[in-house]
Design a binder for this molecule. Sequence first.
Ligand SMILES: [Zn+2]
Length: 132
Amino acid sequence: MTQTPMKTFRCPVCGHFLLLFDDLFQQEAMDYGYYEDRSVFFYLCSNCTLASEYGMTEEEAFKKAEELISKFPPIMRVHSGDKIRHIYQRGYYRSQPQIITEVNVQKGVMKVEGHIGLIHPNEVTTWPWELE
Ligand SMILES: [Zn+2]
């Protein structure tokens, strides 16, 4: 069964949404060698097979998903519609986060609204997860 996630995660591999599941079971040791099935939570990509480690609670699974995603390079963690700041922003626009319109993971470049050239990861000053 799928749960409603607290926050949406996008898959770093394919860009689809990660969904929270609770239909995985862990056997918990009770008294007298008796075991009880207890459901655990994990995030799974709705498209590919990427999955987080499981957590005993939704909150723990959420942290596991964050940990998993944080291991991927930044270019794989941004998607169209996310906002970044970059070194080419000048004057008034300097502090205004700009919307990513295209991400090319193979070439390692992005396009953003209001900037003609391509943006490389080392030209990004603020990533979406560094904005509030
Ligand atoms: Zn995926």
